[in-house]
Design a binder for this molecule. Structure first.
Ligand code: G
Ligand code: G
Ligand code: MN
Ligand code: NA
Length: 253
């Protein structure tokens, strides 16, 4: 059967899994939270979201799948909160189609209410493409989300639109520096210049900065030197199953 049909069954049966990739404050080395990354276990092995998320976007299934992910993530985040990790922030990727739905704001409100997760413990990751889609509706939705107390991050920053004017118009909390710039920054002066510039831009606009895809000590040290606040990547931890992230957070708080 086709992957689209299989995906429908997997959504109905709730057979997707969420992994949690730790995020850490560079200066204090404190765990600050995690990004939720969806996984699809099939008989043939794990299917990467890089494969099925674009397909789910195209088929429209991303709405049901995205809602399930958000819900599951908030309930898991509340479990962490309840055992004393009151400072940990759980970051959830939001797809363009999911964000564009008229009922997206209501969905977020409902999920927060049902899970009883404090909004300050939830971060939504959106891409530049989401933001540039429909400016007037976008700004309203973002402001409404912001006034709930949720944190907003721009994912894959630097890979999308070149317009920066949205940064001052929209209530953004954080920029996630894309891993494509971080990968070789310690040996490629162009990449280092881009990362340095994004960090300075973000700091001047009072935004938090997190670098993705940090795999080596040399990247970590350079990011620290350049004034980046937080990192995420294999150097600190790969994405973990929830039970392992629970243990990780117990050991790191
Ligand atoms: O985890 P991995 O590196 O394989 O993720 C590949 C891509 O899938 C990344 O672009 C990531 O943002 C995206 N992705 C992972 N989990 C989710 C999710 O829960 N929702 C959405 N919309 N995208 C996700
Ligand atoms: O698009 P987004 O930034 O949400 O995607 C995050 C993706 O990056 C996930 O698929 C995750 O598995 C992957 N990832 C996380 N840490 C690292 C890392 O240190 N190196 C590499 N190459 N990929 C990473
Ligand atoms: Mn992301
Ligand atoms: Na990213």
């Amino acid at each position: 059967s086709s992957m689209v049909e299989d995906m429908k069954q997997a959504i109905d049966k709730q057979s997707f899994r969420l992994h949690f990739q730790p995020q850490v404050d560079i200066a204090s080395k404190q765990l600050i939270g995690a990004e939720v990354l969806v996984r699809w276990p099939r008989e043939s092995g794990w299917v990467s979201p890089g494969e099925f998320i674009p397909l789910a976007e195209k088929s429209g299934q991303i709405v049901a799948l995205g809602d399930w992910i958000l819900r599951e993530a908030c309930f898991k985040a509340k479990q962490l909160y309840d055992v004393g990790n009151t400072h940990l922030v759980t970051a959830v990727n939001i797809s363009p189609k999911q964000f564009a739905r008229r009922d997206f704001l209501d969905t977020v409100k409902r999920v927060l209410k049902e899970s009883k997760l404090p909004p300050e413990n939830l971060e939504l990751e959106i891409t530049e493409g989401v933001i540039m889609n429909n400016e007037s509706q976008t700004i309203e939705t973002l402001q409404a989300l912001k006034s709930l107390g949720i944190l907003l991050a721009i994912d894959d920053f630097g890979t999308g639109y070149s317009s920066l004017s949205y940064l001052k118009k929209f209530p953004i909390d954080k920029l996630k520096i894309d891993q494509s710039f971080v990968r070789d920054m310690h040996q490629d002066s162009d990449d280092e210049a881009i990362v340095r510039t994004v960090i300075n831009l973000g700091r001047n606009l009072n935004l938090k900065l997190i670098a993705e895809g940090v795999e080596e000590q040399s990247q970590w040290s350079l990011l620290h030197k350049l004034g980046c606040h937080e990192v995420q990547g294999y150097f600190f931890s790969k994405p973990l199953e929830f039970i392992d992230f629970q243990q990780f957070s117990a050991a790191n708080s």
